[in-house]
Design a protein around this ligand. Structure first.
Ligand code: XBP
Ligand code: MG
Length: 252
């Protein structure tokens, strides 16, 4: 089947947002609410086992803060904390805080020029996506994506395939006509179970994840003058991840 659309994860895939973005924003929200919770870089790596900020806070309290006795309205506090976290995060983005990863801008331009359809499938909050795209890609970059599937739009977050399935339904496309980009084990479980061939670009938090089933695993998308490291699979003779490589993977 002809390749018609590319579907992108956001956190860790389009940009390295977790360590110096989301983590920092969570800690700022905890301070704002007078909580002595502090997520250092190593602890945050463990907490990334759970996708979704609200889900991650609950996971932290249950598994790492057995001393903390949640009040009966704990879920409401989590919602409030998460709202504060989103405010801190989007504030950080508005200062151009987090750049796109290597090759992302180039590949999106190439895909748009070739008339491929684009979509996003992420567990993060919708405004986090639009603010990142606006400040780190282009003022109108949200319009480049015909579907932005994000956050609580489906109740079951990654590794459940629901967010990808929802995006495909919105686009009225079968998974076989699409190709996905992910950075993590939870992400690729989600995309593969939606039936999508998936390329993985790793980052500091995900290098040791299990990526079985991935079409290829690379250090990043790279640039023509900066070939990415190939961890698994083949770049099909291309110098970096470009449409020729993606079409070859899609046809495999
Ligand atoms: C991203 C996430 C999100 C962000 C935080 O995972 O797990 O939870 O860390 O976002 P993926 P929110 O890249 O697999 O989609 O706080 O807005 O939930
Ligand atoms: Mg990700």
């Amino acid at each position: 089947m002809k390749l018609q659309a590319l579907l992108f994860d956001v956190d860790g895939t389009l940009a390295d947002t977790e360590r110096d973005g989301h983590r920092v924003a969570f800690n700022a929200a905890f301070r704002e609410y007078g909580l002595d919770w502090n997520w250092d870089v190593a602890l945050y790596g463990k907490l990334l086992a759970v996708t979704g900020g609200k889900e991650r806070m609950k996971y932290y309290v249950t598994n790492f803060r057995t001393d903390y006795v949640p009040a009966p309205d704990f879920s409401d506090l989590v919602v409030e904390l998460h709202r504060a976290k989103t405010r801190h995060y989007t504030e950080l983005l508005s200062h151009g805080g987090i750049p796109m990863r290597s090759g992302v801008k180039r590949l999106l331009h190439e895909a748009r020029a070739a008339g491929l359809r684009l979509a996003i499938a992420t567990t993060t909050t919708p405004e986090n996506v639009t603010e990142l795209l606006r400040h780190s890609l282009a003022e109108d970059a949200s319009d480049w994506f015909e579907v932005i599937a994000a956050g609580d739009i489906v109740p079951a977050k990654k590794p459940a395939p629901d967010i990808y399935i929802w995006a495909l339904q919105q686009m009225k496309l079968p998974a076989q006509a699409c190709f996905a980009f992910e950075d993590s084990e939870n992400g690729i479980r989600s995309s593969l179970n939606a039936g999508l061939k998936t390329l993985v670009t790793i980052n500091d938090y995900t290098g040791d994840h299990d990526f079985s089933g991935a079409t290829a695993v690379l250090s990043d998308l790279g640039e023509p003058e900066h070939t990415p490291q190939v961890i698994h699979g083949s770049l099909h003779g291309e110098p970096c991840v470009n449409l020729a490589a993606i079409r070859a993977w899609h046809a495999e």
